[in-house]
Ligand binder design. Sequence first.
Ligand SMILES: Nc1ncnc2c1ncn2[C@@H]1O[C@H](COP(=O)(O)OP(=O)(O)OP(=O)(O)O)[C@@H](O)[C@H]1O
Length: 280
Amino acid sequence: MIEFVNVSKQFRDGKWWGQKKTIQAVRQVSLQIKAGTCFALVGESGSGKSTLGNLLIGLEKPDQGQVLFQDINLHEAGPEQRQRLRRDMQIVFQDPYSAVNPRMKIKDVIAEPMRVHLEYSAGEIKERVKQLLEEVGLSEDAGEQYSHQFSGGQLQRVTIARAISIRPKVIILDEVINSLDVLVQVSIMKLLKHLQRNLNLTYLFICHDLHAVKLFADEVAVLDKGEIVDYTNDVTRFDQLKHPASRRLIEAELPIVTQASEVHKQTDEEYVVTKGLYVS
Ligand SMILES: Nc1ncnc2c1ncn2[C@@H]1O[C@H](COP(=O)(O)OP(=O)(O)OP(=O)(O)O)[C@@H](O)[C@H]1O
């Protein structure tokens, strides 16, 4: 579904002895993401995770290499293909409050992509918004409210409803659970898992929380200073990740990850998130 082929991206930023400083945000990254799977990108802050997400959604252009979506080079696509790609790929960000216009009612927030991309009548949009609210676990009344009337978790459900409204194939989840408290993290992960199965979605899951990755992803790549330094397609075997950057992430999480793996083996439907907390 998605392929990064030797992708590099630099930024020129700030002043360094009178000259602009060059930051190598992504360095010769190659990876493949299969349809219907969840690929996790983990790494310390500044390792290049969000830049890779932005390259995929088209917010950034690579200096070198290619980003392919269903064999189409995203950065050489014509206007029609680009329009189609904008529909097929959606992104959900960490902070739902800054991702939603506070002056818009929630029903209009959710309807926005449909108005841009689909030729639905007003009646069809109204019906679809109702369905979407239900699909993400919100009541119909929620559509009449504004973002400040929602908790972070509820508003993240709204941004997820907006993302799935035009039936994309891929969703980039950029630290979507990081700003939420533990129980809410669990419920959002369960919702995302449910939607992935029902809608056959492909996820690029950007995260630095390894126990979430363990329970949520099919494959994981570790980024360090813009480079992929480790990879596994068995997220139950983090011991296979040997690079010092991976070890630092694992050592920070170890007691919880061990516990999570024990419960994960019991059934697919059980989720452990943190501090021994266990929700099914
Ligand atoms: N638009 C930009 N202009 C200048 N530098 C940038 C820009 N975007 C990212 N960078 C730099 O590129 C590097 C990688 O940033 P990126 O946001 O991709 O990392 P990250 O792994 O997602 O970090 P975090 O987990 O903190 O979000 C960092 O050094 C960052 O400061």
